[in-house]
Design a protein around this ligand. Structure first.
Ligand SMILES: NC(=O)N[C@@H](CC(=O)O)C(=O)O
Ligand SMILES: [Zn+2]
Ligand SMILES: [Zn+2]
Length: 346
């Protein structure tokens, strides 16, 4: 018997599209299945102003192949020089749906991020006033904090104080990787949500390191112990609307991944929905998949659920390319380590 599942067309609430030739190559991988995505602003130079976001949005739409529909939901990269009035104008025009906080040095292209959180206080207060969400890369950057502890320490030292001193600020904890992140979200009823990636539901830190180093499993925040992966799977499949899909699909060329100092990021746009269907099936939670991929995110952002649908069909092994060819070089598609058997059709 063929099993099928039709759900509202998904959105991706955390996506890296890059620019130029890379953008042209990776955009169709997302637009094939997703109606909208929150577009991360960590280009070089970063997307800081409303004018830069408008120009980036135009470049994304120009890169979209004919016949494909996709709506980029733009974000601004928060710096210590960000002008609260520029943020407010970009939000009020409908162009910008969130502001992204990168602690300086935490991840790819975060050098222009925030060092002194007091300096962005006026922007955060303006955002709380107008209801514009803050998307947070939640890791401290202190040298003396172990990389596997950086998310939990960020929650205590940075995130919780920001939320306490900025009542009404709506926050998305991006790509949570720990039980601590799950618990923090669950302990707070209002103004807080979290995205969970596809790859953090599949890999733990052993996958990166056991049997040889696997650069294509290296991302930030780095995958943690198995108990944390299980906490993420429980949260994603629970039906709790505070948790929603942000793939964090983050293309880097193989040359930049397979090297002595490799870039962080997993490229999952191509096979995310097949992987997620399998994860939710394994957790006996296929009826919660639509909430995670298509309903909880729009609810948090105050946007309508997409009208279109996609259908997932369980059948023979699904074929997907091992690599995407781009004008900058090849990009390896995330390998979940098991055969996939849910295919996607529009
Ligand atoms: N997740 C990653 O490992 N990398 C992202 C940046 C980010 O989301 O932190 C990237 O832009 O490559
Ligand atoms: Zn990040
Ligand atoms: Zn990211």
């Amino acid at each position: 018997m063929t099993q099928t599942l039709t759900i509202a067309r998904p959105d991706d609430w955390h996506l890296h599209l890059r620019d130029g030739a890379m953008l042209r190559a990776v955009l169709p991988e997302t637009a094939r299945h997703f109606a909208r995505a929150i577009i991360m602003p960590n280009l070089v130079p970063p997307v800081v102003t409303g004018a830069q976001a408008a120009a980036y949005r135009d470049r994304i739409l120009a890169a979209l192949p004919a016949g494909m529909a996709f709506e980029p939901l733009m974000t601004l990269y928060l710096t210590e020089d960000t002008d609260p009035e520029d943020v407010a104008a970009a939000a009020q025009s409908g162009l910008v749906k969130a502001v992204k906080l990168y602690p300086a040095g935490a991840t790819t292209n975060s050098a222009s991020g925030v060092r002194d959180f007091n300096r962005v206080r006026p922007v955060l207060e303006k955002m709380a006033e107008i209801g514009l969400p803050l998307c947070v890369h939640g890791e401290v950057t202190d040298n003396d904090i172990d990389i596997f502890d950086r998310e939990a320490v960020f929650i205590d030292r940075v995130l919780d104080p920001i939320r306490r001193t900025t009542p009404g600020l709506r926050v998305v904890m991006e790509h949570i990787t720990t039980r601590d992140g799950v618990d923090y979200v669950k302990a707070n009823d209002t103004d807080l949500g979290a995205t969970i990636t596809t790859h953090h539901l599949v890999i733990n830190r052993n996958h990166i390191l056991v049997g040889g180093i696997k650069p294509h499993y290296y991302c930030l925040p780095v995958a943690k112990r198995e108990e944390h992966r299980l906490a993420l799977r429980a949260a994603a499949t629970s039906g709790d609307a505070r948790f929603f899909l942000g793939t964090d699909s983050a293309p880097h060329t193989d040359a930049n991944k397979e090297t002595a100092c490799g870039c962080a990021g997993c490229f999952t746009a191509t096979n995310t929905l097949s992987i997620l269907a399998q994860v939710f099936e394994e957790e006996n939670a296929l009826d919660s998949l639509e909430g995670f991929t298509s309903r909880h995110g729009p609810a948090f952002y105050g946007l309508p659920v997409n009208e279109g649908t996609i259908t997932l069909t369980r059948g023979d092994a699904v074929n997907y390319p091992a690599k995407i060819i781009t004008g900058e070089g090849e990009v390896t598609v995330f390998d979940p380590g098991f055969a996939l058997h849910w295919s996607v059709s529009a």
